[in-house]
Design a protein around this ligand. Sequence first.
Ligand SMILES: [Mn+2]
Length: 296
Amino acid sequence: MELHWDVIGAPSSAGAHTPGVEKAPGALRKAGLIALISRGCDVDDLGDVPGFRWTPDPSYTRSQNASEVLRVATDLAQQVVASVRRQRIPLILGGDCTVTIGLVAGQARAGTPPALVYVDGGPDLYTPETRANGNLDAMGLAHMLALHGSVPAIAAAGPFVPLLTPDRVVTYGDSLWRDDHERGLVEELGITDISAEEVHADPTTAAARARALAEAAASAFVVHFDVDVLSFVEAPLADVPEPFGLTLAEAAITLSTLVSSPRFLGLTVTEINPDHLPDEEVLPRFTRMLAGALAG
Ligand SMILES: [Mn+2]
């Protein structure tokens, strides 16, 4: 089955700690992403939704730039609905992790509330009550689940609240410590978790398990991919470095396994900070991996 991709850029760092990730859609295009995807699949580049460059938000220090986070997610959801009508698969280039709210909300608005495979160094389950920095990109999944303490307007970005239930979520690739706050929440909520350790042990089996779980959880699923799931030593792309993540080869197996499912309905790629790249090779190497994996 050939995938027909619609690339949608979301140059926003509204939910980040600092500026930087808003430059990622432009950097990925400059690294040749669209041409590389077109070798294996049909692809249209729809350009960017209006972006936002992070600035401190003194009026809401615990949920900074919440109105811009919501605006970007809402704009993306509209684009996703338009892509679904054209029978195309959205590939959203973030931007910070909150862009995934736009993908899930858009598919739900288009009539297919999806399951979600959350490939990320951490599951983004903080809320304004538990995250003193106030960066909403650490709280995206919490808002889709409408956890206590969420910003109500962001939790209501989709056609219903909560946008997701824990049985529709698979977290994947995290390397959280045993006493970590988010690890406790994953267990308490009953979210199925496939840790980085499990992926390292056997990436093919881990990816197949994530796919099977997502296929069983709903009639379709989408995938969130935060580059902080990658080991920063191997692939230094992320806004926030993570030491214990996946290799690029493990990420490639994961993504190609997920996107080749007949129930796959869209992907976000988030948290690339072009200002963190140590040399000219890192982003092209990642871009080749991504484009190769998108061919399924
Ligand atoms: Mn994240």
